[in-house]
Design a binder for this molecule. Structure first.
Ligand code: GRF
Length: 195
């Protein structure tokens, strides 16, 4: 049984979808810890309700990323975390975490990368008037949305009329694609391990 930490800053609908999926197939992994830079976010409230450990922090109380990441690292070690899933975590991951969790941090991004990297990918796609957009799951590296791609799914948005409709479609895909990718990745990655 692998131990996952989910990093999130907001609503956490992907966190809930993953938690539900892992509860169905209990042998693969469990979410052991939620890390958030927004102590009052919905994701933190929901994690508490589900009795999942939470480490939340206020980045303004730290001078540099390396300082709060050292604290995150301590929590990851304390909770014996094997794998990190970013789900709407609005911060760059620095060397402190990357060096200890190489190829063990993944993210979900609401566009078909390499198109529309960075903030507000859905808004960027709307402004560009693209007909097809999608969802990408990728490893985290030192860049912003530049890591190796794990899975992608395209969505035809040509008949959708509002941002809200597009967001709903994207979330629907995310909630299926992310848990599926995580479960198969963990099964593959730890195939040879005994537990
Ligand atoms: C998702 O659209 C994800 O692609 C992006 O942030 C959003 C998080 O949504 N990285 P939620 O907090 O999981 O509802």
């Amino acid at each position: 049984m692998k131990r996952i930490a989910v990093f999130a800053s907001g609503t956490g609908s992907n966190f809930l979808a993953l938690n539900d999926a892992l509860n169905i197939d209990k042998s693969v992994a469990e979410i052991t810890l939620v890390v958030s830079d927004k102590p009052k976010s919905l994701v933190v409230k929901n994690a508490h309700k589900l009795n999942i450990n939470v480490f939340s922090f206020n980045p303004k109380e730290y001078k540099k990323r390396v300082e709060y990441e050292k604290n995150i690292l301590l929590k990851l070690i304390e909770n014996e975390i094997d794998f990190i899933v970013l789900a709407g975590y609005m911060r760059i991951i620095g060397k402190t975490l990357l060096s200890k969790f190489e190829k063990k941090i993944i993210n979900i991004h609401p566009s078909l990368l390499p198109s529309f990297k960075g903030i507000d990918a859905i808004g960027q796609a709307i402004d560009y008037k693209v007909k097809i957009t999608g969802v990408t799951i990728h490893y985290i590296d030192e860049g912003v949305d530049t890591g190796e791609i794990i899975a992608q799914q395209a969505i035809d948005i040509s008949s959708l009329n509002s941002r809200e409709e597009i967001e709903t479609e994207i979330h629907k895909i995310e909630h299926q694609l992310y848990p599926k990718a995580i479960i198969s990745l963990l099964e593959e990655k730890y195939e040879k391990s005994t537990d």
